[in-house]
Design a protein around this ligand. Structure first.
Ligand SMILES: [Zn+2]
Length: 105
């Protein structure tokens, strides 16, 4: 089971965005990366492109880039801490638990 799911709030624990919190907008399980709102914004210098619908603006664009799972920790909705995640089985299903307050999420 993934430690982080879409729509979780996560805290960034390393890198240039350390300390920031954001909502997970996408999970890339194979790359073990997550896209987090407002985190890991990168500046791209883009060449002007022509598409079928017309000319696309070139120039400098800011967009978010996926960040590695090891650099984020989920924020527990019950206790508000960035917490390590445990697992336990509840009625046959694996459930994530906060290691700090033991609540399931
Ligand atoms: Zn908790």
């Amino acid at each position: 089971m993934n430690r982080v799911k879409k729509d979780d709030t996560v805290r960034v624990i390393s890198g240039k965005d350390a300390g920031k919190e954001g909502r997970v907008v996408h999970v890339y399980p194979k790359q073990e990366r997550v896209m987090v709102e407002g985190v890991n914004r990168v500046t791209k210098h883009q060449r002007q492109q022509r598409t079928r619908t017309g000319a696309q603006q070139g120039g400098i664009v800011h967009e978010e880039a996926p960040i590695h799972l090891s650099n984020v920790m989920p924020v527990c909705p019950s206790c508000g801490n960035a917490a390590r995640v445990g697992a336990k089985v509840v009625s046959g299903k694996r459930q994530r638990v906060c290691r700090k307050c033991d609540s399931e999420f």
